[in-house]
Design a protein around this ligand. Sequence first.
Ligand code: NAG
Ligand code: NAG
Ligand code: NAG
Ligand code: NAG
Ligand code: NAG
Ligand code: NAG
Ligand code: NAG
Ligand code: NAG
Ligand code: NAG
Ligand code: NAG
Ligand code: NAG
Ligand code: NAG
Ligand code: CU
Length: 555
Amino acid sequence: MVSWVRLLVLVAFLLPSLVECRVRHYKFNVVTRNFTRLCSTKPIVTVNGRFPGPTLYAREGDTVLVKVVNHVQYNVTIHWHGIRQLRTGWADGPAYITQCPIQPGQSYVYNFTITGQRGTLLWHAHILWLRATLHGAIVILPKRGVPYPFPKPHKEVVVILGEWWKSDVEAVINEALGSGLAPNVSDAHTINGHPGPVPGCSSQDGFQLQVDPGKTYMLRLINAALNEELFFKIAGHQLTVVEVDAVYTKPFKTDTVLIAPGQTTNVLLTAGRSSGKYLVAASPFMDTPVVAVDNMTATATLHYSGSLATSATTLTNPPPQNATPVATNFMDSLRSLNSKQYPAKVPQTVDHSLLFSVGLGVNPCSTCPNGSRVVADINNVSFVMPTTALLQAHFFNISGVFTDDFPANPPIAYNYTGTQPANLQTINGTKVYRLRYNDTVQVVLQDTGMIAPENHPIHLHGFNFFAVGRGLGNYNPKKDPAKFNLVDPIERNTIGVPSGGWTAIRFRADNPGVWFMHCHLEVHTTWGLKMAFVVDNGKGTNQSLLPPPSDLPKC
Ligand SMILES: *[C@@H]1O[C@H](CO)[C@@H](O)[C@H](O)[C@H]1NC(C)=O
Ligand SMILES: *[C@@H]1O[C@H](CO)[C@@H](O)[C@H](O)[C@H]1NC(C)=O
Ligand SMILES: *[C@@H]1O[C@H](CO)[C@@H](O)[C@H](O)[C@H]1NC(C)=O
Ligand SMILES: *[C@@H]1O[C@H](CO)[C@@H](O)[C@H](O)[C@H]1NC(C)=O
Ligand SMILES: *[C@@H]1O[C@H](CO)[C@@H](O)[C@H](O)[C@H]1NC(C)=O
Ligand SMILES: *[C@@H]1O[C@H](CO)[C@@H](O)[C@H](O)[C@H]1NC(C)=O
Ligand SMILES: *[C@@H]1O[C@H](CO)[C@@H](O)[C@H](O)[C@H]1NC(C)=O
Ligand SMILES: *[C@@H]1O[C@H](CO)[C@@H](O)[C@H](O)[C@H]1NC(C)=O
Ligand SMILES: *[C@@H]1O[C@H](CO)[C@@H](O)[C@H](O)[C@H]1NC(C)=O
Ligand SMILES: *[C@@H]1O[C@H](CO)[C@@H](O)[C@H](O)[C@H]1NC(C)=O
Ligand SMILES: *[C@@H]1O[C@H](CO)[C@@H](O)[C@H](O)[C@H]1NC(C)=O
Ligand SMILES: *[C@@H]1O[C@H](CO)[C@@H](O)[C@H](O)[C@H]1NC(C)=O
Ligand SMILES: [Cu+2]
């Protein structure tokens, strides 16, 4: 008997080192720091004084605990973009949707387990415009001993694309809300925090990526910009896409990657040259002529080991800003890997068939110089943020915070991408769409021509979805479903709705809670292009939302 007890004690002692899944502890101190870019210095909000912020590393199956301490003057929340948050909506992060903000001087521990996901995601602030500087990478490695479904790269490098304003970003959006017009565009794009050399501003080196000839590297690309979709290119090199939004893809080669805010893309880069320096470029994609964008190309350098710093850099031409064919070609090439090990579980039937028009509108504004303000909406509803978080209202049955009458279809059917209606007004509302646990949902996201058609990268919290179809003009419910890909469509969490077109997505509501869906162009979110799904608890064990943690911030 005694020896059995000893053995058990020994096993219990050894267990932690044998168990695969770990608890990873992180501390995020939100602090203000001065940074110099474009020849001027300004204070920005950072995590741990870093821009971009620290990379969060974990393995599939790990539990992650991040203690966020707010030392700045703003209310703060952090969102773990793309993490499923199964039953842990309290850790999702969007302010007033799943939690009240962490107020100055307060802290909150985000506690979540990474289940069934591996690849690259990002974390970012989900309140105000703080995510301009409050963002970083999430690297989820496969479980120990599980290989990538592609040759193991020699090295892995996180590459974060962003935007930099000379002004304070909160001043930029507040000025726009006062005028009712579009906010100023950024002053530069950045690659790992640096714009690269800028005319009229000396001593601004860009990011350098050192490579050894013949070796293969995996770049974990992240678009952390607020308002701009970006093209990414490296002179003289092709890239092999192997994963997007932490889902493996069928590998394909391309010379240009399209990446929208909130999206991530892992590419393999083979250093197939013998020496030299090659330009890395990130430039905007915008195919709506009337919408202003920051037209500065951010640059970095791919530097072969042994090449002199003074050797000439091989240049590349970024695609034109309005290169719709380049964007379409990239989107068309994306397919889920759909292997035996990583199947694409596309819902084959749908319980809820929804048509959501997404676009802009114009509402009266007595304090605005023009007497009107630009707004944005889904199905004519400009979402108004509540003052109590929706998830709390849902869990504690607090009435009067939201209504669950979000329309399944546009209230008025019209030619969405044709001549705009005379009346561009929207209605205000804090409306949600209710789903039962395990319901299947199809949402056709239909762009509108209100003011102008525009590409909207739509992000869904709490789920991955399958992008089963896409087209130009108005969605035709009789003809278009026949063309859907229900076998190996790309699975992701953020998808661009083509300018003047539509995208159909499907997902299974297997995660109880309240889940935000919104445009990931921050300006459109601010203007109201957002809504939420409420997913009720299921009847089985493990099918209900867990209770909130005791340190959940209060409003
Ligand atoms: C940032 O720089 C400004 C002016 O150079 C200075 O007044 C301020 O104290 C600095 N702030 C921080 C947080 O270092
Ligand atoms: C994290 O959440 C789990 C439940 O999902 C709970 O068991 C655990 O105690 C929590 N950890 C901390 C440090 O709060
Ligand atoms: C926005 O741009 C205008 C025109 O360049 C400038 O006058 C204004 O100060 C800018 N606003 C902010 C907040 O930087
Ligand atoms: C970028 O935009 C600015 C302002 O709209 C314009 O003056 C400039 O010529 C543009 N530059 C390029 C390279 O297109
Ligand atoms: C607002 O007014 C300005 C100047 O009066 C004008 O140029 C602009 O087109 C107006 N914008 C809208 C959206 O009405
Ligand atoms: C709609 O909500 C916005 C704030 O989100 C407010 O400024 C505006 O006055 C509201 N409009 C109406 C008609 O209630
Ligand atoms: C909220 O209402 C539901 C359904 O009526 C009930 O099951 C649940 O216990 C209530 N929750 C709280 C916290 O009162
Ligand atoms: C919608 O408008 C477009 C552009 O004006 C036009 O080509 C199309 O025929 C219209 N569709 C319908 C159904 O009226
Ligand atoms: C949106 O709602 C407003 C206010 O009720 C209405 O005037 C307008 O016609 C609606 N527009 C559409 C396209 O549904
Ligand atoms: C969800 O529904 C599918 C059928 O659509 C069923 O096969 C599956 O078992 C259900 N899952 C749960 C957890 O109820
Ligand atoms: C519920 O979850 C626990 C822990 O995650 C797991 O051990 C258990 O098997 C699950 N039960 C069911 C019925 O899925
Ligand atoms: C911060 O959040 C709290 C809780 O919602 C709110 O009462 C307060 O007004 C917010 N502070 C600012 C500066 O917005
Ligand atoms: Cu948008």
